[in-house]
Design a protein around this ligand. Structure first.
Ligand SMILES: Cc1ncc(COP(=O)(O)O)c(C=O)c1O
Length: 358
């Protein structure tokens, strides 16, 4: 008899090392920052390397202090992980299992489907309306099997946001035994006051997740954090491996958080490039939802037009993300890169559009 993975795992497909062009050159496919991390973070990482013979602090003490200071929140509510992906996966593993539903939305970051499948839970999706999360549709999709509701704000791959008041309405209307997970990986790009949503964590039925991969430019360091009430944190920590976040990453993240001015400057520069790019695309006739992130979604006339744009961009060394995994075969998602690259992308897409009009 050959060894066998569990039936849940056999039914899954592995993360495909998609054709992003190789990891040695930057692409516009992964929503990474167009800019390097703060020089202070780079220096802190350099210094921390010398302590690599020791295991990292499993309680992330200095990083939690830095997060608490930077975001004005209580340190004891904070858990850290190797990217917010780890926290998403561990929360799902702790609160869902066979027979349970994890309810996302049409275009909620579909990574969440994978940890749900791993534990034998079903990943269900509430319909979005016009690339925006509809709180009414989410509430209508909740069943007695729903254990977790997962929403992204702002969303990936749409880039759109849910108003804080709508999120509060969602929480108030959900049953108390349904855990609400709010993924705010792009939260620093949203100008809404975060405190109203952070405060939901204190209820003991809501988790708020953040990432240093986007606004802080630390995708390669793998740092995420979140707000977890003690009762929830106790369960999630059982699912986490200790020492997941390296000493170097902890040091880089703490220093990056202390340099809020650098992060804000990067967010502003990225948003400026994004808004000019999006306006150019709209002027060329493309549908582009308003983005509150470091990427834009572009809808083409049909799947063939999206595929043609994808290959035209590849022709000038620009790799973007197709969205067939979300059923959006007529769309592409383009991360905001340096101005010169976005100008090149706009020229190519504008020319394609002109040709289609003829
Ligand atoms: C909505 C959303 N959540 C979470 C993540 C993963 O972030 P991290 O790098 O912190 O694991 C991403 C990455 O693209 C994302 O788009």
């Amino acid at each position: 008899m050959p060894v066998k993975a569990t039936t849940h795992v056999q039914a899954m497909s592995a993360f495909a090392l998609a054709n992003f062009g190789g990891f040695d050159r930057p692409t516009l496919a992964q929503n990474e920052s167009a800019f390097p991390p703060s020089p202070k973070a780079i220096e802190a990482g350099r210094v921390a390397v010398a302590g690599s013979h020791l295991y990292p602090d499993p309680d992330w003490t200095l990083l939690r202090d830095a997060i608490a200071r930077s975001y004005g929140i209580e340190r004891d509510l904070i858990l850290c992980g190797a990217g917010s992906m780890e926290l998403i996966a561990c929360t799902i593993a702790a609160f869902a299992g066979p027979g349970a539903d994890v309810l996302g939305t049409d275009y909620a970051y579909n990574f969440a489907a994978s940890p749900a499948a791993r534990v034998g839970a079903t990943y269900a999706k509430a319909q979005e309306r016009g690339f925006e999360v509809s709180i009414d549709a989410v509430l209508a999709a909740v069943t007695s099997a729903t254990r977790i509701v997962f929403v992204c704000n702002p969303g990936n791959p749409t880039g759109t946001r849910i108003k804080n008041a709508e999120l509060l309405r969602l929480r108030a209307a959900l049953p108390g035994d349904v855990l609400l997970m709010v993924d705010q990986a792009y939260g620093e790009f949203d100008d809404q006051d975060p405190q109203a949503v952070f405060a939901l964590a204190g209820r003991g039925d809501t988790v708020i997740l953040r990432s240093l991969s986007k606004a802080y430019g630390l995708a390669g360091a793998r740092i995420g954090w979140g707000l977890f009430a003690p009762r929830i944190a106790a369960e999630v920590r059982k699912m986490q491996n200790s020492n997941q976040v390296s000493t170097v990453s902890l040091a880089m993240a703490a220093a990056a958080l202390e340099d809020q001015a650098y992060m804000r400057a990067i967010v502003t520069r990225t948003a400026d490039i994004r808004d000019r790019f999006a306006q150019g695309l709209r002027a060329a006739g493309y549908e582009v939802p308003e983005s509150r992130t470091n990427f834009v979604l572009i809808r083409f006339a049909d799947a063939a037009a999206a595929a043609a744009a994808d290959s035209a961009l590849r022709g000038v060394d620009i790799i973007v993300r197709g969205l067939s995994g979300y059923g959006l075969t007529d769309c592409l998602r383009i991360t905001i890169g340096p101005q010169e690259v976005m100008d090149r992308a706009l020229r190519i897409l504008g020319a394609l559009r002109d040709r289609q009009c003829w």
